[in-house]
Write a protein that binds this ligand. Structure first.
Ligand code: PRP
Length: 213
């Protein structure tokens, strides 16, 4: 009997869409959809799978250490966490963009190579973009949510944040100034698991590939 494969799913919208996808390939975990449950880990004994939900930023950690063999998480989190894991598949949902945003008046500041303040939930992505790619020294201010507030209350000149529909920006008088990269949900795999459980993981990835457009 082979060992269970353990999946870590990022809590929230991505997890529900992942469960829909797994349903399509015949792997069901109904219990996990129950919003009222306080249970943290669920088993599908028929397939030898275990699933757990974790805070998105912790998913790469569980996968790097092998506490989960496979994870499903946004590319934003993968880039920000910089863990030693294999990103093996784009699931094609949760599509959005990582952008530099701010009031239109900040556009000029980005051209000048001045020290500006950048607020973000993603300090590593922001640092890599400004220092690594643009060679611009900036002050990075870490926030944990509602980042759009920062330029409005003059905490920063610009923000680095996710833009999906763009309505949060619009409703707050902000705009996309520069695009950093496209994002979507990705499958990540532990490096040892990918070798030791190659056949089962390959089969699973092939099945997933056949149901995503
Ligand atoms: C995300 C992101 C933006 C918003 C973008 O925030 O940080 O604020 O969604 O979506 P939109 O372009 O469709 O308006 P989230 O809802 O995760 O909340 P938070 O900012 O408080 O973390």
């Amino acid at each position: 009997m082979s060992r269970d494969l353990t999946f870590a799913l990022a809590k929230g919208r991505l997890a529900m869409k992942t469960l829909d996808l797994f349903d399509k390939i015949g792997i069901h975990c109904e219990e996990m959809r129950d919003k009222n449950t306080r249970k943290l880990i669920f088993a599908n004994e028929e397939y030898g799978f275990k699933f757990f939900l974790a805070k998105a930023s912790d998913v790469p950690t569980y996968v790097e250490y092998g506490a989960a063999d496979i994870g499903v998480v946004g590319r934003d989190t993968i880039l920000e966490e910089g863990r030693n894991i294999f990103e093996v598949m784009d699931l094609g949902f949760g599509k959005c963009r990582m952008c530099v945003c701010g009031p239109e008046s900040a556009r000029e500041l980005l051209k000048k190579n001045e020290i500006i303040r950048v607020a973000s939930k993603y300090p590593n992505i922001a640092r890599e973009y400004f220092l690594g790619k643009k060679n611009q020294t900036v002050d990075i201010i870490k926030l944990n949510g509602s980042v759009e507030l920062a330029p409005i209350v003059d905490l920063s000149e610009v923000i680095v944040d996710i833009v999906e529909t763009g309505s949060t920006l619009k409703e707050n008088g902000l705009t996309v100034l520069e695009e950093i990269c496209p994002l979507s949900a990705r499958v990540v795999v532990n490096q040892v698991s990918l070798k030791m459980e190659q056949e089962r993981i390959r089969k699973l990835l092939d099945d997933l590939k056949s149901v995503i457009e």
